[in-house]
Design a protein around this ligand. Structure first.
Ligand SMILES: Nc1ncnc2c1ncn2[C@@H]1O[C@H](COP(=O)(O)OP(=O)(O)OP(=O)(O)O)[C@@H](O)[C@H]1O
Length: 639
């Protein structure tokens, strides 16, 4: 098991980029070093640079190796911060309850006894208690804020690492928006719970204990009446609320996830939406989704609206009853006015926590629902993983063998069945056939995006399942049907599989696919930023960039799913020339949508009805007069 930092060489994820040896030699600068008069300024700047520390996320490519997520684990993850925050909470709570006691002392021993000195001391103590409370609150907020930020940062990285680990089928199954919700709204609701929720929970709970003690200290009889009047109705109301809130908050989290999913789909598909005039319908559909979210909120709002004021009324009635009973005790001389005042003030401090705890319970429910969802995500395992005893695939020559391979996306519905194929090192095999025949699926099996349901695929005699995924994928270059470009520079995109590539190597790849023009035309050359998903380049250029990316990765085997979008003749010729350069000396599997591409291959296989129905060179297949010959005839007649 390797830590993130170790796995990525010189870069410590979440921390500062580590400085290379050359950089260190020159006092942090590669060339002349830092002049003495600037050194102090640089030291100051460096000191101010945020240090993100060690994210403490163990990375395992197979499982999420971290401990099971739970509220208590998140809290005790940073014991120092927790201890400091707890201490501040204790001080804050006790100081907050000093007020009514000092009022009682001021009234009974100051005002009623006519002693100004006592009144002044009581007032001064009151002010001091307020100031100290302020300090304790500040310390508590700072420490719990740090605790929450650290815990949620670790959690975010852990979820992200898990998403990197998941196989393709997960992303086909799960909506991107739902996954985004786990990373955003769910983690945020946990953050607010850790930052403020738990501290308040402790403060209010502790306050109730302290105040109960004080009520008994002032008058046990009155305290007993308070408990008898208040505890039974509060318990019944709280049990009801707990049950109702559990249901409500789970519903709310699901509704948020659905809303995000709808939003992200609309944003990703915005071009199609505009082109097909779907805006109005989409608004209607989104209104439905937002409507269910509103309903979920409405439900939780309604139960809060019953519970909150309900407990208030119980508290205030109890206060009125106690004012009457306590007042009679004062009249009889069993209680001083100061004691009654303090008692009534403390009753208020007894109910306020109940009110607060209601709000906190709401927050706790949200956090608990979020933890459940995150735990569900983290416990889902990738379906395609390196076996425990997997070996590193040595450099291959590139012989690929399909041995009686059957594959089903859905149980009982084979997409490929009994496929047997032997591809020689350096051979280019084009895969043709009708739409939906299973050509792309065949290509995905070679890159181990999926594992065969039955049979096996091997490369140079190694079953794909017996070698590590990393070593397999470094030797297989994939050019997908819809090349994806990332927001970043041209260089970042071309050197995606090998970020350490030198400028010369990047330029060699650019030249190999004939993109020098584009790079030279771009305002900042290789450093020109591309827009998200490469929207700022044409689709032909996107394909060429994807080919350059594969070229630079120098794989032994190339799997290329040809883009279906038609290009103008000039672009098509450029793509074909780039393809020739890429395939030179490599084993290649081409999913060919254009017969002109298929014709250039050493061998063509025709996939239809889950099987390879024909195989041979272009001339052989045309001469055989089968499926391929018919396809070729139709194609020739239309071109
Ligand atoms: N993730 C999936 N889950 C379920 N079925 C799938 C999935 N991906 C593809 N299929 C189905 O498998 C079959 C083969 O799909 P595949 O993409 O391999 O076809 P293809 O021959 O490459 O088609 P095209 O020429 O249109 O690209 C299709 O019927 C498709 O609907």
């Amino acid at each position: 098991m390797s830590m993130f930092g170790g796995g990525f060489g010189g870069f410590n994820v979440g921390g500062r980029p580590t400085v290379g040896a050359a950089g260190r030699k020159g006092n942090g600068l590669p060339f002349a070093g830092i002049p003495d008069d600037l050194r102090e300024g640089v030291a100051r700047l460096e000191a101010r640079e945020p240090d993100h520390g060690d994210p403490r996320v163990p990375f395992d490519p197979v499982h999420d190796a971290g401990p099971r997520i739970s509220m208590s684990r998140l809290l005790i993850g940073r014991p120092g911060l927790l201890a400091a925050a707890s201490l501040a909470i204790g001080v804050e709570t006790l100081l907050l309850q000093a007020g009514p006691y000092l009022v009682q002392v001021g009234i009974d021993h100051g005002i009623a006894a006519g002693n100004l000195r006592v009144l002044i001391v009581a007032t001064a103590c009151f002010v001091a208690a307020v100031l100290l409370t302020g300090v304790a609150t500040a310390v508590r907020m700072r420490k719990s804020g740090l605790l929450a930020a650290a815990a949620t940062r670790d959690l975010r990285i852990r979820i992200f690492a898990h998403l990197q680990r998941m196989s393709l089928d997960y992303y086909t199954r799960e909506k991107a928006g739902v996954t985004m919700t786990r990373m955003t709204s769910d983690v945020e609701s946990l953050q607010s719970l850790l930052q403020d929720g738990f501290a308040q929970f402790l403060i209010q709970g502790l306050t109730m204990v302290v105040v109960t003690g004080l009520l008994f200290h002032y008058n046990a009889y009155l305290a007993m009446i308070t408990l008898v009047l208040v505890v039974p109705p509060l318990t019944i109301a709280s049990l009801w609320f707990r049950h109702a809130a559990d249901k409500g908050y789970n519903r709310q989290r699901d509704a948020i996830a659905t809303m995000f999913a709808d939003l992200s789909e609309s944003l990703n598909g915005v071009r199609v939406v505009i082109a097909h005039n779907r805006q109005e319908r989409n608004v209607v559909a989104h209104r439905e989704v937002v409507g269910s979210y509103r309903d979920a909120n409405d439900w939780t709002g309604r139960i809060n609206a019953i519970y909150g004021p309900g407990t208030s009324v119980i508290g205030l009635i109890a206060m009125a009853v106690l004012l009457f009973i306590g007042g009679r005790m004062v009249l009889r001389g069993d209680l001083t006015i100061g004691e009654l005042t303090a008692f009534v003030l403390y009753i208020n401090s007894f109910f306020q926590p109940v009110q607060q705890l209601v709000q906190l319970y709401t927050q706790y429910q949200q956090g608990k629902a979020a933890i459940g969802k995150i735990r569900g995500l983290l416990s889902s395992a990738p379906t395609v993983v390196s076996a425990r005893d997997a070996v590193v695939l040595p450099p291959v020559r590139g012989r690929i063998v399909f041995d009686d391979v059957t594959f089903e996306y859905l149980p009982g519905q084979p997409v490929l069945s009994g496929v047997t194929l032997d591809i020689a090192p350096g051979e280019t095999v084009a895969c043709v056939g009708p739409t939906g025949a299973g050509k792309s699926t065949l290509a995905k099996l070679v890159t181990r995006f999926y594992d065969p349901t039955a049979g096996s695929i091997s490369i140079d005699g190694h079953d794909l399942r017996s070698v590590t995924l990393e070593s397999l994928r470094t030797q297989i270059g994939v050019v997908p049907q819809e090349p994806f470009l990332f927001a970043g520079t041209l260089r970042d995109n071309i050197a995606f599989a090998r970020p350490s590539a030198t400028d010369d190597e990047v330029w060699a790849a650019v030249d190999a696919v004939g993109l020098r023009d584009l790079v030279q035309r771009s305002p900042e050359g290789l450093d020109t930023p591309l827009h998200e998903r490469g929207q700022s380049v044409s689709s032909g250029e996107r394909q060429l960039l994807a080919l350059a990316r594969a070229f630079l990765a120098e794989p032994r085997v190339v799997v290329l799913d040809e883009a279906t979008s038609s290009l103008d003749l000039r672009s098509e010729l450029r793509v074909e020339a780039a393809l020739d350069a890429l395939l030179q000396g490599r084993t290649a599997i081409l999913v060919a949508h254009r017969l002109s591409t298929a014709m250039r291959a050493d061998r063509i296989i025709v996939v239809d009805d889950h099987h390879i129905v024909e195989t041979g060179s272009h001339d052989e297949l045309v001469a055989a007069g089968g499926h391929y010959a018919a396809m070729f005839e139709t194609w020739a007649a239309h071109s």
